[in-house]
Structures are given as structure tokens and as C-alpha cells.
Design a protein around this ligand. Structure first.
Ligand code: PGA
Length: 261
């Protein structure tokens, strides 16, 4: 089954609206058209409205890095799914490791956020991954299982059609240490197995699974060539349009090679 690759740029807490505009103008000028690969940008909240206007009618998709589970109310500092949709977002990250480990988002909160994203007709990018201690203690499968079990507990197969999963080992995020292509592929196979037993095997085969954690232009080719990896969630290397474009191009080349085989 052909799953269209997706390269997502997670800017975290970087770039003002003006810097966002400059980045988008360069990216749109340089991006080959059509790319054969989906491109998704996840700027901070304050840049979303401007990015949404600039990206209207363009091939680059827009998403947010987080969301509050409530529709509205007295939640100082929070942003709702309807607000994100109104800025032009089609995608929302939920459960990013910095949300889980820096801000203390629990598995249950991640579930509520995921629900809200799906209930608003948006696409959720559910991030899961183990810490270094988990991996050393042979707990990777147990952690992924707990995160998936909780997040998708009340999500039906129909609703889960609007879901992407990002495998992001915590030890590889922002550290310069990338999971090997084999480690990332094994985790993706494990996740597909879980999806197959929770839903159906055809659902598992059609769900896109991304890898994230120190993805760079020089390691993306080997990662993207893995049969169960369908794209990348890129942090640091997405902040400059040149390396980000190189990642997109390397990903297109890896997909083209696969198509020839
Ligand atoms: P990184 O971040 O590429 O800087 O490691 C990835 C992420 O946090 O999604």
C-alpha cells in the first residue's frame, strides 16, 4: 500500500510572525511543485494566523504544536481547537515529548487533547516514545503500548482515520543522537502491529508513521528508505528553509528510489 510521505517542521518556541513570513516566502519559492511529499509546518501559536493567510491555496499544510481539550472557558494562556482551525490549521500535535516531560501532560490529558482534535475534524499527530532509561531497561514496547492504549482508548476506527503517529524516542530529540534506521523501523513495525490488533490490519497498513529525533539532511535518506517509516517530524533542522528543503528533497529521492525497485 502506498502511503504518501509527510515531512513536518516543528518550530517549538521559535520565530516571530515576521520571521515566519520570511521563512515561508523562501520555502514557497524553493519548493518543487508538486513534491510528491506532503509538507507540514507547526509554528508557534502567535504565527499561525499569519502563516494561515500566506499558505492559503499553497501545497504546504499548517498545524499547531498543542491544544487545550476544552472548547472555550476560563483557561488562561490556552488555545482551543476551534481557534486553531480558524487560523487555517489542519493538523495538531498531541503528546509531544516536551509537553509530556517539560509541561507534565499525562497520558490521560493527551487522550483528551486527541479527542478534541478529532472532534473538530482536524488531523492529530500523536507523538509517542520512550526515554533512554526505558530503552536501557527493555521497556520500549511497554511504554509505547501504555501511551497508545491510553490515547486511543475511546477512538473508533473511523475517527482514527484522521490520525498520524510520530515515533519520537525522547533520547533522540534535540540531542543530535538519532535512532538508527533499524531502531526506528522496528518501532514503526511494533506500532503497526499494535494498530492492527486494536483496529484492522488494513487500517494499520494505511496509517502513516513518522520518525522524529535529530533528523538532518544527511540522515533522512536512510531513515526514509525504511519500509514502515512514512515521513519525519523535524525540530531544529526545520528552522532554516535550506536544510528543511534538503530534508524534503532527500525524502523525495528516497521515495523515488523505492518506486523504481
Ligand atoms: P529535533 O526535534 O529534530 O530537534 O530533535 C524533533 C521534535 O521535537 O519533534
Amino acid at each position: 500500500m502506498m502511503r504518501r510521505p509527510l515531512i513536518a517542521g516543528n518550530w517549538k518556541m521559535h520565530k516571530t510572525p515576521l520571521e515566519t513570513e520570511a521563512f515561508l516566502q523562501s520555502l514557497l519559492r524553493l519548493l518543487p511543485d508538486p513534491t510528491g511529499v506532503d509538507t507540514l509546518l507547526l509554528p508557534p501559536y502567535t504565527s499561525l494566523d499569519r502563516a494561515g493567510r500566506l499558505l492559503r491555496g499553497q501545497q504546504v499544510l499548517l498545524g499547531a504544536q498543542d491544544v487545550h481539550p476544552a472548547p472555550s472557558g476560563a483557561f488562561t494562556g490556552a488555545v482551543s481547537a476551534a481557534m486553531l482551525a480558524a487560523c487555517g490549521c489542519t493538523h495538531v500535535l498531541v503528546g509531544h515529548s516536551e509537553r509530556r516531560h517539560v509541561f507534565g501532560d499525562s497520558d490521560l490529558l493527551v487522550r483528551r487533547k486527541l479527542r478534541t482534535v478529532l472532534d473538530h475534524g482536524l488531523i492529530a499527530v500523536l507523538c509517542i516514545g520512550e526515554t533512554l532509561d526505558d530503552r536501557r531497561n527493555d521497556q520500549t514496547g511497554a511504554i509505547l503500548e501504555r501511551q497508545l492504549d491510553t490515547a486511543l482508548d475511546d477512538v473508533s476506527g473511523g475517527q482514527a482515520a484522521s490520525l498520524l503517529i510520530a515515533y519520537e524516542p525522547v533520547w533522540a530529540i534535540g540531542t543530535g543522537e538519532t535512532a538508527s534506521p533499524d531502531q526506528a523501523q522496528s518501532a514503526a513495525v511494533w506500532i503497526r502491529g499494535w494498530l492492527s490488533s486494536r483496529y484492522t490490519s488494513s487500517f494499520a497498513q494505511s496509517t502513516r508513521i513518522l520518525y522524529g529525533g535529530s533528523v538532518k539532511p544527511d540522515n533522512v535518506g536512510a531513515l526514509q528508505s525504511q519500509p514502515d517509516l512514512d515521513g519525519m517530524l523535524v525540530g531544529g533542522a526545520s528552522l532554516d528553509p535550506v536544510p528543511f528543503l534538503e530534508i524534503i528533497q532527500a525524502s523525495i529521492a528516497a521515495v523515488d528510489r523505492e518506486a523504481l525497485c
